[in-house]
Design a protein around this ligand. Structure first.
Ligand code: 2RA
Length: 344
């Protein structure tokens, strides 16, 4: 089966990761690439100024970029992946869904809307049921599905694995790579020899998105998980890979060994881009580290380590590649889930 996909915002940092991940995908075939009106009409090679660590795929390099607008995007695409700036996405994505398109989006608009599935397949695939509610309430023929922010994706599967012990409170402190700030972040030298102790908006995203992901959907209605989450976010001078220090209070006070087992045994999903084992747990307390471990499972596996019992609960570290598992790869996985569940 070949599913023809369009990439919205295909020239940006995450858009280029989409191209890298999708150009030889077993199910998806890139059929259209969009960007801002200034790039429309250019070849993808000229418009993108390719910066990903593998060569630009020839099958995409010569494609003509089309403008990101509901009118310009062809009707005959089966699925759209979006990494548009959130302001543009807020305008264009609803128009496309109204016109019948199914959109798997990494953009931050509408992530917390009650009728929009915010999904990590290993955590809450059943939240796709909200599509029925969305269609009924908005009168859409298409559908909008979101993946969470990169820092939320790094932590939340580990919390889902620990929820069996009664998750009551989480404090998390992040060490986020500069690529999360887009290309201007990667090329900036301002952060060398420094740490920025605040990433505006990121803290709230981690606190709210995680509760939605861990929540439940019954009869088309969403309930948030009642865990309390507090986040402190820091930009550090690594290039790719967000590392996070998590302190979790668990009602049942499990031992570090029990937590290790729960993380390592967390179940995967049978989708083309999903790692067989979603979370790898290191024994070595100095791992995971961004440079050494971000590409585990082709950038799709989450790593954990440094497990320690504290008077308040369990402390551990976790890591994921922020532009692969935390962004483009997350949307691709949701796209695969949409196909698997028959929404595409
Ligand atoms: C970051 N919020 O700052 C970005 C990525 N989504 O890392």
């Amino acid at each position: 089966m070949s599913v023809r996909v369009g990439l919205l915002g295909a020239t940006g940092a995450v858009g280029q990761r989409f191209v890298q991940l999708l150009h030889d995908h077993p199910t998806f075939e890139i059929a259209a690439v969009t960007a801002s009106p200034e790039s429309a009409g250019e070849s993808y090679r000229d418009a993108a100024k390719w910066r990903v660590d593998t060569p630009i795929p020839e099958s995409v390099a010569g494609m003509t970029v089309i403008e990101t607008s509901a009118e310009a995007i062809p009707d005959d695409l089966d699925l759209l992946f979006s990494s548009l700036p959130s302001g543009v996405a807020a305008e264009v994505e609803p128009e496309l869904c109204r016109a019948g398109h199914v959109v798997s989006s990494n953009s931050s608009n509408e992530r917390m809307a009650e009728d929009v599935p915010l999904t990590i397949p290993e955590v809450n695939a059943d939240h796709l049921d909200l599509i029925e509610t969305q269609r009924a309430e908005r009168g859409w023929d298409g559908a909008l599905v979101k993946n969470p922010n990169c820092s939320t994706i790094t932590m939340t599967p580990t919390l889902a694995a620990l929820d069996q012990f009664g998750l009551s409170r989480v404090h998390v402190s992040t060490l986020q790579a500069v690529s999360g700030a887009g290309y201007s972040g990667v090329t900036s030298m301002e952060i060398i020899d420094n740490v920025l102790p605040y990433i505006g908006g990121e803290e709230e995203k981690m606190e709210t998105e995680s509760r939605k992901l861990l929540g439940s959907v019954e009869d088309g209605e969403l309930s948030l998980h009642d865990v309390e989450v507090a986040a402190s976010c820091n930009r550090v001078p690594s290039l790719d890979g967000h590392l996070e220090n998590v302190f979790a209070e668990l009602d049942e006070n499990p031992t570090a060994a029990e937590v290790h087992e729960a993380l390592a045994d967390f179940a995967g999903v049978d989708l083309p881009s999903a790692p067989e084992q979603p979370i790898h747990v290191f024994e070595d307390p100095e791992r995971p580290q961004p440079r050494l471990d971000r590409m585990r499972g082709q950038g799709m596996q989450i790593s954990a380590g440094g497990l320690r019992e504290t008077p308040e609960g369990i402390q551990y570290n976790c890591l994921a590649h922020n532009t692969i598992r935390g962004a483009a790869g997350a949307s691709v996985l949701n796209g695969e889930l949409l196909v698997e569940e028959g929404w595409v």
